[in-house]
Design a protein around this ligand. Structure first.
Ligand SMILES: Cc1ncc(COP(=O)(O)O)c(C=O)c1O
Length: 396
């Protein structure tokens, strides 16, 4: 009898494009370096908070513990706890997109909301206009769905779309435009929201607006959503998360707001995949969004201080130019003056100076010439990491 070991694995052809996330290559390399050399690395490459001063708030942790003790350990309604959906509806309404409970879906993080949006809307042959540089998991699911990624370059120095070139990318097949504001990896806010909305409405393009850094904004105008533009409520999917505003990256909870019809369809997807977001996690999120908010402002001030320090230090280094981002916890300095490309820079720093950064090219070819650093680190590590980069450049 044949043994199963001799049979080749017959993977679906839909997995042909599967590769581990490009932007995490730096993390994998840093980990390997650490294991092999035994030398500690400063981790500027992670898209997460590090250290004790940027933990979730105590009331949120307590709410999760209490929910477990109170027995919230069973299945709950697919689209989310009604009281949590109401609180999210209020949040979206405050942003200028009047929202009802039925227009809210609670998801396993923003990533899951993005995935569900793409898999629910994109057909074979559909085109999706996608920012370059952008967020690679979106490309992954567009491709999985059989869609075509149409890259729209973000133009320096403020990383906005060039509206005329964007219009030229629109075809009859264009179904979606993805925007992310403040953007990753460069932290800049997307401008011309009114003009983008006009293009979307005129061409019946749905805008997937990823706003995970909505509360991590430093400029005085605060955060603006395209979903609040006239006519855009049903022409957009507003995605946000508890990961960043409430420092709850490991809880895996986010949300999206869209038309009732779309949310009803996405809820069918959700119920047939993950069923629901764990109840005790939803109770923690409910406490986060309805409880005291002063810690959010404190976090933004802490991050602003770290941002200013990071920008100031990097700007003084030879061959590096760094502008202050409008939001997020990333900087995206231009390193072309060092004579290295972004991957060479990242490899050199992690191999020779024990400091890990992400090569800008991991986010698209428009990211070449830049590196991405996360500055949500304890002050001493931030200082040490920047010292190491400075030293690395001096040694060239
Ligand atoms: C642009 C962008 N969208 C979505 C996500 C995913 O967020 P979540 O933790 O809510 O899944 C990230 C994570 O860093 C991100 O950078």
């Amino acid at each position: 009898m044949a043994t199963s070991a001799s049979n080749p694995l017959r993977l679906s052809s839909r997995t042909d494009h599967f590769v581990l996330p490009k932007q995490w290559a730096a993390m994998r390399k840093a980990k390997q370096q650490e294991e092999e050399s035994g030398k500690a690395i400063i981790h500027f490459e992670k898209g997460d908070f590090q250290g004790d001063d940027l933990k979730p708030a105590d009331n949120v942790i307590e709410a999760a513990q209490k929910a477990l003790t109170d027995g919230h350990v069973r299945y709950v309604p697919g689209p989310g706890l009604p009281e949590l959906r109401d609180a999210i509806a209020e949040e979206a309404t405050k942003r200028g997109r009047p929202t009802e409970r039925e227009e809210v879906l609670v998801t396993m993080g923003a990533k899951h909301a993005l995935t569900q949006s793409l898999l629910t809307l994109i057909d074979t042959g559909d085109e999706v206009i996608f920012p370059n540089p952008g967020y690679p998991p979106d490309e992954f699911w567009i491709t999985y769905a059989g869609g075509r990624v149409v890259y729209a370059p973000l133009v320096e120095p403020d990383y906005n779309f060039d509206l005329d070139s964007l219009k030229n990318l629109v075809s009859e097949k264009t179904k979606m435009l993805i925007i992310n504001s403040p953007q990753r990896p460069n932290g800049m806010a997307v401008g011309d929201l009114d003009k983008l909305a006009e293009i979307a409405i005129e061409n019946n393009i749905i805008v997937l607006t990823d706003e995970i850094f909505s509360h991590m904004v430093y400029n005085p105008d605060g955060h603006q959503t395209i979903a609040a533009q006239p006519g855009m409520a049903d022409q957009s999917i507003l995605v946000d998360t508890f990961s960043k505003t409430y420092r709850m990256t490991g809880f895996r909870i986010g949300w999206c707001v869209a038309s009732k019809e779309l949310i009803t369809t996405m809820d069918i997807f959700q119920q047939n995949s993950v069923t629901n977001v764990p109840a005790f996690v939803q109770y923690a999120a409910l406490e986060a969004i309805t409880g005291p908010q002063d810690h959010v402002g404190e976090m933004v001030e802490t991050l602003r201080r770290k941002r200013d320090y990071t920008v100031e230090r990097l700007s003084k280094m030879d061959g590096v130019e760094c502008q202050a981002p409008d939001g997020s916890f990333y900087v995206f300095p231009d390193i072309r003056g060092t004579g290295m490309n972004s991957q060479q820079f990242a490899d050199y720093m992690v191999e020779q100076h024990q400091v890990a950064v992400v090569a800008g090219v991991a986010f698209g070819d428009q990211g070449e010439g830049h590196i991405r650093l996360t500055y949500a680190l304890p002050d001493d590590q931030l200082e040490e990491g920047l010292d190491r980069i400075e030293q690395g450049l001096a040694n060239l």
